[in-house]
Design a protein around this ligand. Structure first.
Ligand SMILES: [Zn+2]
Length: 244
């Protein structure tokens, strides 16, 4: 399984960068996790849009979904011009899909993601768990046919479900929106120290921090998380590639 970080910023993208978007390639399957602002443009540095099999949206905040409607237009045009042969499957963690402004059901098939209902894209198995966030949000665990596991937290505050779904993950991509001095400021995001603690409790084999704040020194996030987690830990960056 190969994971490429398309964007790693919370809230809005820094110049020439993107908010949440992570490309996962496994065998013949190509899956995008979240499609925030700036993702659609930067994604094309790594994957032609016609190759994308599915998109999973962890929640409907703009920094995770903003570019999906442009991707819907891209899919329409790529299919009309014969470059793309099949509709795009979009899986969204959202109670009421009818409230989302998708427009072309013949080209984009929107599916509701539900707790306790695993689904597959090609040979990749996906399951989700609800996290603690202001907007209903899920974390995603992906398992390859050879048993490798990749977990992406989505947005989350401290909760048991993120520890449980991250159990023994080969790679845990974990949000780290705040510095330790901000602990308690918002319940729906993690401080770096909490991220390190969750990684340790879950027994994750490797951790990448993401969903960054636009202030402070990001290396401080790494230091704060490392105090609580002894394994390999890195900061995400646009274009980063990880293989498990
Ligand atoms: Zn976010």
């Amino acid at each position: 399984m190969e994971i490429t970080v398309i964007g790693c910023w919370g809230a809005y993208p820094e110049k020439n960068e993107a908010t949440s978007g992570y490309l996962v390639e496994c065998g013949d399957s190509t899956i995008l996790l979240d499609c925030g602002s700036g993702v659609l443009s930067r994604l094309q540095n790594h994957c032609p849009l016609e190759k994308l099999d599915a998109v999973v949206i962890t929640h409907t905040d703009a920094d995770h979904i903003a570019d999906i409607y442009s991707l819907e237009f891209a899919t329409l045009i790529l299919m009309q011009t014969g470059k793309r042969l099949k509709p795009l499957d979009v899986y969204v963690y959202e109670e009421d899909l009818s409230g989302l402004p998708f427009r072309f059901p013949d080209f984009v098939r929107v599916h509701r993601v539900q707790i306790g209902e695993a689904f597959t894209v090609g040979q990749v198995r996906l399951e989700v768990a609800e996290t603690v966030h202001e907007t209903p949000c899920c974390a995603v665990r992906m398992t390859s046919p050879d048993g490798k596991t990749f977990v992406y937290s989505g947005d989350t505050g401290w909760c048991q479900s993120i520890i449980d779904i991250s159990r023994s993950a080969d790679l845990l991509l974990l949000e780290s929106s705040f510095y330790d001095w901000q602990k308690g400021i918002m319940s729906g995001h993690l401080t770096a120290g909490e991220a390190g603690e969750i990684a340790a409790l879950a027994g994750a084999k490797q951790v990448v921090l993401t969903h960054f704040p636009h202030y402070g020194e990001l290396n401080q996030l790494l230091e704060e998380a490392s105090r609580n987690y002894q394994g390999q830990i890195q900061l995400a960056y646009g274009g980063m590639k990880l293989i498990i």
